[in-house]
Design a protein. Structure first.
Length: 187
DNA sequence: AACCTCGCCAACCGCCGAGCA
DNA sequence: ATGCTCGGCGGTTGGCGAGGT
């Protein structure tokens, strides 16, 4: 359908969100919820923003359960492994990491992990190079996350994975320390 | 001190699919 | 069956701060 109809650039504000706008959006959503319609939400909340912009701001920044920055080594490997299996399905990858958004994961991948992988790719041409996965600094090691088991298992079936219906719960730390994958599989 | 370069990340853009009339 | 609206997604951009020269 092309360009979204809600975002008439002549009528909506763009660019960075001010603290006042954040407060207005947060207050409205916490009081009324999303209400099933992002397009009409800005008007109700007293904002001159595009509905899609409000949605993005809420999901990526204002949501109370969001964590920013500070990706752990375990999360790195988790992202790398799922990226290898799924490709750039950031929303699926992010859904497995509590408090992380697709935008966060995508940015992290583009700015850091990709370079890390490319760097290690040139350095480590052989398999079984050890990666320092320390359980000591693993703040998330016992966090229970939902993992698509078929995704994890289907190492040789990258095209056949990705169904959100197949999500199963398992322990993140246990998964991280398992032998199902290793860093050098990726490179 | 001033300028330049680079990296990070918030936000935008445009497409797709689901749902509904 | 068709067309429209809206939510959601991935790719990309641009502003800003940090570090280097």
């Amino acid at each position: 359908m092309g360009k979204a109809t809600c975002c008439d650039s002549s009528k909506v504000k763009r660019g960075s969100w001010s603290p006042e706008e954040d407060k207005a959006l947060r207050t409205y959503v916490e009081k009324n919820g999303i209400g099933g319609n992002w397009i009409s939400l800005p008007q109700k909340a007293g904002l001159t923003r595009c509905g899609k912009s409000c949605r993005l701001r809420w999901l990526n920044y204002l949501r109370p359960d969001i964590r920013h920055g500070g990706f752990t080594e375990e999360e790195d490997i988790f992202i790398l492994t799922l990226y290898k299996r799924l490709g750039s399905r950031w929303s699926v990858i992010a859904s497995q990491l509590p408090g992380r958004t697709d935008n966060d994961v995508k940015n992290y991948w583009n700015t850091k992990l990709k370079k890390k992988v490319l760097g290690s790719s040139s350095k480590h041409k052989h398999k079984h190079t050890t990666v320092g996965i320390s359980s000591n600094n693993s703040s998330n090691s016992h966090e229970s996350v939902t993992v698509e088991r078929t995704t994890v298992m289907a190492i040789d079936n990258p095209a056949g994975v990705g169904s959100a219906d197949e999500l199963l719960t398992m322990d993140f730390g246990q998964w991280i320390s398992s032998d199902l994958f290793n860093w050098c599989d990726f490179v």
